[in-house]
Design a binder for this molecule. Structure first.
Ligand code: FPP
Length: 259
């Protein structure tokens, strides 16, 4: 592939990790085995993204719609997240990874929420890469919660309706302070967003890959980045991609190497 240290490296990659169940079914295994192998792919992807210089990685781990799955599968996914945080938090901290959680955290089970809060708190000053886990996340729910907080401010006289601008809305989303994803990857051949980062992906590039998530690895991440780097991003403008990209999402100094 072309040099991944060039300025067109995506600052923020978001991934819809799809196909765990089908990966398992192909092998005659229970779906839970697909999720288990999926966690290994998460580990490898976090490591590879950090090494490649990606600054933000958002992973869609559990959607607000996933509650409708059979209870044993929901319990298994909760258990896997708990094990991931318990076992990997020290290593993530050592790798200077900041963990962030997006989604409706206040409705989470009492055995899950404290772990998520601990992961955020322990790693809050880390700077190498932010790994954002979308858990109990649904984009429409996130936008509705942001709208509710704005409506309260209007009703209580702190805000007037004309002050509600796109940047103000963005500042009330769970992703406040994070750049929008440059690249959204979905595995398993499905080509839809499934209620993931609807607001934030307005100008994202999409790469759909046929492989199932448990097979995702460093080489696939590099392939997706390579496809992304061949895209011409105009952000609604007619200017050359490099000018448009640099004015819309200037890369941090660490990514400007080789530009
Ligand atoms: C989609 O596959 C995947 C999920 C709903 C869960 C993703 C979760 C993990 C990879 C493990 C936990 C994550 C972390 C961050 C520790 P699917 O079950 O919908 O597969 P299918 O479409 O083939 O049935």
């Amino acid at each position: 592939m072309s040099d991944p240290s060039a300025r067109t490296l995506p600052l923020h990659i978001a991934i819809i990790m799809d196909g765990n169940g089908r990966w398992a079914a192909r092998r005659g295994l229970p779906r839970t085995m697909g999720h288990r192998k999926g966690v290994e792919a998460v580990r490898e992807t976090v490591r590879a993204a950090g090494e490649l210089g990606i600054r933000y990685l958002t992973l869609y781990a559990f959607s607000s719609e996933n509650w409708s799955r059979p209870e044993p599968e929901v319990n298994d996914l909760m258990g896997l997240l708990k094990v991931f945080i318990r076992r990997d938090l020290a290593e993530l901290h050592r790798q200077n990874v900041r963990v962030r959680i997006i989604g409706d955290r206040w409705n989470l089970r009492s055995d899950v929420l404290p772990l998520l809060l601990e992961a955020e708190e322990t790693t809050r000053n880390n700077t190498a890469i932010t790994v954002c886990i979308a858990f109990n996340y649904g984009s429409r729910d996130e936008i509705a919660r942001a709208m509710q907080s704005l409506a309260v401010d209007v009703a209580e006289g702190r805000l007037s309706p004309e002050q509600i601008t796109p940047p103000l809305i963005a500042s009330r989303l769970d992703t406040a302070g994070m750049p929008d994803p440059d690249l959204v990857i979905r595995t398993s051949g499905e080509e839809r967003l499934s209620n993931f980062l609807l607001w934030q992906s307005a100008y994202s590039e999409f790469v759909f890959m046929p492989e199932y998530w448990p097979d995702f690895d460093r080489a696939m991440l590099m392939r997706a980045i390579d496809i992304y780097r061949q895209r011409d991003r105009r952000f609604g403008n007619v200017a050359p991609a490099s000018a448009a990209a640099s004015s819309a999402t200037p890369p941090p100094a660490s990514l400007a190497v080789g530009s």
